[in-house]
Design a protein around this ligand. Structure first.
Ligand SMILES: *Cc1c(COP(=O)(O)O)cnc(C)c1O
Length: 226
């Protein structure tokens, strides 16, 4: 297995190549998805220069944050957020990607300490209308965005989606394209919007060609999960 630094450099190279191939001159940021990975594995990647980490479960993240408190890292919650975890999420994360309903917005706003920078939020969109998935309907984006904008302890940064993994590349392209349109529309209304979070190990190059500004990558960086 190549070293963490080698894997990180190789992945950043692929991201850059895909960004240039898409004719883009802006920057695509890497969120290292560290669910199920140890605090030591995160520390090794942090030593190679990676600062932003994504976790799916609040308790798992809090335990790793405690083990890594000597490092300055940026923590993103990317998993489904249950209302009874909103208080801890608001206190322990810098970003939440999985905001999909008004009750969660209000709970995050209430519990974000106003001594801290505003909590950065992405609205998760259920872009393929899957029954089992979290995420809002595309028609609900505007209403949720307006609600986030009412709270001084929150900052609306953009949108997130997980297209159906089983779809063929052409169907996935259609999902990414609809996300890109929704993102551009929202950005024309709110000046704080700069982030379109989409693309994982298997499809990040395609996501970048449809305007992703942040890719969430686990397997291609850490190797397969247990
Ligand atoms: C696990 C996960 C990822 C990363 O998936 P890989 O295929 O390992 O890159 C990205 N986003 C979310 C929401 C995830 O749950």
């Amino acid at each position: 297995m190549p070293s963490p630094r080698h894997r990180l450099d190789a992945l950043l190279q692929r991201i850059n190549t895909a960004t240039r191939a898409a004719g883009r001159s802006d920057h695509v940021s890497l969120l290292a998805v560290s669910k199920t990975q140890s605090a030591d594995a995160i520390r090794a990647l942090a030593g190679a220069g990676q600062q932003a980490f994504g976790e799916n479960y609040v308790q798992e993240a809090i335990a790793k944050q405690a083990a890594l408190h000597d490092l300055t890292l940026q923590w993103h919650l990317i998993g489904h957020l249950q209302s009874n975890k909103a208080r801890e999420a608001a206190q322990h994360f810098d970003w939440v990607h999985s905001v999909d309903r008004a009750s969660v917005i209000d709970a995050l706003a209430r519990h974000r300490p106003d001594t801290r920078a505003p909590l950065n939020l992405l609205i998760q969109v259920n872009i393929d209308a899957e029954d089992s998935k979290s995420g809002c309907r595309p028609e609900a984006i505007d209403e949720l965005a307006a609600r986030i904008a009412q709270h001084g302890t929150l900052c609306l940064r953009g949108l997130m989606a997980i297209p159906t993994p089983e779809h063929h590349p052409q169907q996935r392209a259609d999902s990414f394209s609809r996300m890109q349109k929704a993102f551009v529309a929202l950005r024309s209304t709110y000046s704080s919007i700069d982030t379109l979070s989409m693309g994982m190990s298997a499809d990040f190059e395609q996501a970048i060609s449809y305007g992703a500004t942040m890719v969430r990558i686990g397997t291609a960086l850490f190797g397969p999960r247990e």
